[in-house]
Write a protein that binds this ligand. Structure first.
Ligand code: SAM
Length: 212
C-alpha cells in the first residue's frame, strides 16, 4: 500500500545525499515505517519528518535515521546498543544492517513505549532486537562491549558509561546539547579516542543520571 511512497522517499534521501550506501538503502526499502507509526499518523509514514508516538516522544525523521546509520558504518554480525527505543523503527533498521548473526540491544525509559516497540518489531518478524526498560544514560552493562552505540536523544555531554561499554575499536554517536544539539561521533581505537562533529540536529532530551 505504501510501496510507491516508500520508494519515492528513498529516492529523494539518496539524491539529497543522506543515503550513501546500498546497505542503508536496502534497509530503508525493507523496513515498513508505517508499522511503527500510530494509526492516525500512518498516512504521513513516508513524509521526511519526525512523528508523534506518545509520551511526548517522536519517531525520528527518516533523513536523521539515514545520517546516523551511515555515520556508524554498521557491519554484519555486529553487536549494537541503542539508547532510546521509541517506536523501535531505528532499531529495526539497524537490525537489517547487522543481519541475522548480529544483535541490537535497545533501552527505553518509558515502559509503555518499550511495550509498543516490542509489538511493532514482532509485527515485522524482527527477531534480533532485544528491548529493555531502564535509564540508558548508564548504558546496558550486561551485554558489553558493543561494536557501536548510538543515542537517539540529546545528552548534555557524552555519557562516560557509554564510552566504557564501547569495544575497542568502536564507534559511538551522540547528539550533544539541549534540544538543539551537535551530532557527535566518538571513535575508539588502540586505546585512543577522537571526537568528530557531524553537524546540528534537534532531538528530545536524554533524561537520566547522565542526561538532563
Ligand atoms: N529511535 C526511535 C524510533 O525509531 O522511534 C526514536 C527515539 S525518540 C527520538 C527518543 C527516545 O529516547 C524516547 O522514546 C525517549 O523516551 C527515550 N529516552 C530519553 N531518555 C532516555 C533514557 N535515559 N534511557 C532510555 N531512553 C530514553
Amino acid at each position: 500500500m505504501f510501496e510507491q511512497e516508500k520508494e519515492r522517499l528513498v529516492f529523494s534521501l539518496c539524491k539529497e545525499g543522506y543515503i550513501k550506501t546500498d546497505s542503508v538503502k536496502q534497509a530503508f526499502l525493507r523496513v515498513p515505517r508505517e508499522e511503527f507509526v500510530p494509526d492516525f499518523l500512518k498516512k504521513y509514514s513516508y513524509v521526511d519528518t519526525p512523528l508523534d508516538i506518545g509520551n511526548g516522544q517522536t519517531i525520528s525523521a527518516p533523513h536523521m535515521v539515514a545520517i546516523m546509520c551511515e555515520a556508524l558504518d554498521i557491519k554484519k554480525s555486529q553487536k549494537i546498543l541503542e539508547i532510546g527505543t521509541g517506536s523501535g523503527y531505528h532499531a529495526a533498521m539497524v537490525a537489517q544492517l547487522v543481519g541475522e548473526t548480529g544483535r541490537v540491544y535497545t533501552i527505553e525509559r518509558f515502559e509503555s513505549l518499550a511495550a509498543i516497540a516490542k509489538q511493532n518489531l514482532d509485527k515485522i518478524n524482527c527477531t534480533n532486537v532485544i528491548v529493555e526498560v531502564g535509564d540508558g544514560s548508564c548504558g546496558l552493562p550486561r551485554y558489553q562491549p558493543y561494536d557501536r552505540i548510538y543515542v537517539t536523544c540529546a545528552a548534555p555531554s557524552i555519557p562516560q558509561p557509554l564510552i566504557d561499554q564501547l569495544r575497542d575499536p568502536g564507534k559511538l554517536l551522540v547528539p550533544v546539547g539541549d534540544m538543539y544539539c551537535e551530532l557527535t561521533l566518538l571513535l575508539k581505537e588502540k586505546q585512543k579516542q577522537t571526537v568528530h562533529h557531524l553537524g546540528g540536529c534537534v532531538f528530545v532530551p536524554l533524561v537520566g543520571k547522565y542526561g538532563h
